[in-house]
Design a protein around this ligand. Structure first.
Ligand code: HXC
Length: 515
């Protein structure tokens, strides 16, 4: 009987907290096309699984009138829920409470959650909707960010970290998302920048809107800071659930086997995709979807560096990561952005025990002054480093062109691929036949009576001699030349065979990838 009195008080407090920033602010949030922090969590988790932590946490700063303010949950919901029956740690910033700004206690809640996630070995999902450092809390807010960045770094490669940007994320606040593995941005509502339009105007005189500066499209297409674009908060949460289905909970687990496709055949029409004309492009995703389970492919960064495709799929139920040149965009060349895109993805796959499947059709690294001056040497090296360092199963299929340095970089035998298969259409050479013939037979062409005819003949000779998979196969650089219709069967077998793979690397503190 006596406990009832306490329960009334307890429930009253909970009701107050549940109001967040109040009716008016919630209404404003909805009108802006955004869900509240709590609504987002509810969509993300399996119903009834969320256990909140630190609901009663309060700020304790007193400057600038903060002592007179109650800030429910200090502006962030934290806790553990389940996604498809697997535990995840979640924080969700509440913009209705002082703009979701991050003060000392708000940060402490996130830090506590990250520490817990690391101990439990479970992924972290961070939903960002915040005006950044709570200005009234000064250095305590900055300290909070620093503590979070440190935990993000400690957790990197141990548990997957996924960020959703569902509102503003400005100033130093952007660096927590940047340290995580995947960033999903909600179109129109998400904004990310270090300094906003007003500061930029004052410093450089440039005039730009928030959307043009740091909207979801900009970060998905141009900067490469984001990996996925969602049309709404609901879609962003669905994407998180889908992405998690490919990932283990931590680096000591194997990724979850799901819904295996027992079909071994590759559809006959796979033969129709690669054009006869070597200078014509095609969409490599047409090949990927024909060889993976149920034709399902979750493309990562589909709008950035489109000359290279990365993403998740399953082979016989096992999650795999795909890295493929995209001949329909810039002929599938490797450049600065595509090297960065692939290298970071490969390192994620390797950290989380996900095999790497590479599909090669590239004329090489992109020539050009801009590429050279912006560091294609340093950026291209990342790809070599990432493939060499990876110890998960590495299985490569050469579809058509594999020229020059790009032949080496794209998961070649020389960088430790376990299996390299080549279609009969593969051309493995130092460079394209035209370029090669012009150099090798320069004198012969120039001194001939009909240089054009001689050039054509010598290009054809070179092609016959070198632009095929058989020389590489004769050296053992290609393990098998395969009928394209047998591709899926080979991939399934290669994955089965490599399940017991163990590969050691020299003991070291850490390597020094060219950044
Ligand atoms: C305290 C803040 C706040 C902040 C917003 N609010 N940001 N309070 N500290 N950083 C408050 C507002 O005063 C307002 O309170 C409420 O949150 C909602 O904000 P609005 O401005 O009404 O919302 P909106 O028009 O949607 O604009 C959102 C916004 C804007 C673009 C984010 O609020 C803004 O520019 N805020 C400041 C951003 C910023 O400069 N942050 C510091 C970055 S420096 P009321 O009571 O009126 O409802 C930083 C350093 C970190 O983060 C370094 C780490 C290394």
């Amino acid at each position: 009987m006596s406990l009832k009195r306490f329960i009334e008080e307890f429930e009253k407090r909970k009701r107050e907290i549940a109001k967040g920033g109040g009716e008016e602010k919630i209404e404003k949030q909805h009108q802006a096309g955004k869900l509240t922090a709590w609504e987002r969590v509810e969509i993300l988790v399996d119903p009834g699984t969320f256990v909140e932590i630190d609901e009663f946490v309060r700020h304790r700063n007193t400057y600038f009138g903060l002592d007179k303010m109650t800030l429910p949950r200090d502006g962030v919901v934290t806790g553990i829920g389940e996604v498809n029956g697997r535990k995840v740690a979640i924080f969700s910033q509440d913009f209705t409470v002082m703009g979701g700004s991050l003060g000392e206690m708000h940060a402490k809640k996130i830090v506590k959650l990250l520490d817990l996630a690391l101990k439990l070995g479970i992924p972290v999902i961070g939903i960002n909707d915040s005006g950044g450092a709570r200005i009234q809390e000064g250095v305590d807010a900055l300290a909070g960010y620093g503590e979070i960045f440190f935990r993000n770094t400690m957790a990197s490669g141990v548990v997957p970290q996924i960020t959703v940007i569902a509102g503003p994320c400005a100033g130093g606040a952007v660096y927590s998302p940047a340290l995580t593995d995947f960033v999903i941005m909600v179109n129109q509502t998400a904004k990310m920048f270090i300094t906003g339009p007003n500061v930029i105007k004052a410093v450089t005189g440039e005039d730009i809107s928030q959307e043009e500066l740091g909207g979801a499209l900009v970060h998905n297409q141009k900067s490469g800071n984001a990996h996925f674009l969602a049309d709404s908060d609901e879609e962003a949460m669905k994407l998180v659930r889908k992405l998690l289905s490919y990932l283990p909970s931590n680096n000591a687990e194997e990724p979850p086997i799901q819904n295996p496709d027992f079909r071994a055949e590759t559809p006959e029409d796979v033969l129709e995709i690669v054009p006869d004309n070597p200078n014509k492009g095609y969409d490599v995703r047409e090949i990927i979807t024909r060889v993976v389970d149920h034709g399902e492919f979750l493309e990562v960064q589909p709008y950035f560096a489109r000359n290279l495709v990365i993403g998740f799929a399953r082979i016989a139920g096992r999650p795999v990561g795909i890295v493929a040149n995209q001949p329909s965009v810039l002929a599938g060349v490797l450049d600065i952005d595509s090297s960065d895109k692939a290298a970071r993805f490969i390192r994620f796959l390797d950290a989380f025990n996900i095999p790497i499947f590479t599909f090669v059709d590239t004329p090489g690294y992109l020539p050009g002054v801009a590429q050279e001056h912006n560091g294609i040497i340093r950026h291209g090296a990342k790809l070599l480093y990432a493939y060499s360092e990876a110890t998960v199963p590495k299985i490569t299929v050469i579809l058509r062109k594999a020229y020059g340095g790009a032949y080496i970089a794209m998961g070649s035998k020389h960088l430790g691929a376990d299996f390299v298969f080549a279609w009969p259409s593969a051309e493995i050479a130092v460079m394209g036949p035209e370029g090669a013939a012009n150099i090798v037979f320069k004198k012969e062409i120039e001194s001939s009576e009909n240089p054009e005819e001689t050039r054509k003949r010598l290009i054809e000779e070179y092609k016959e001699m070198f632009a095929n998979p058989y020389i590489a196969a004769s050296r053992g650089y290609v393990d098998a030349v395969i009928d394209p219709r047998e591709t899926r069967r080979y991939l399934i077998r290669a994955l089965e065979i490599t399940q017991t793979k163990v590969e050691y690397r020299p003991k070291k503190k850490h390597g020094n990838i060219p950044l």
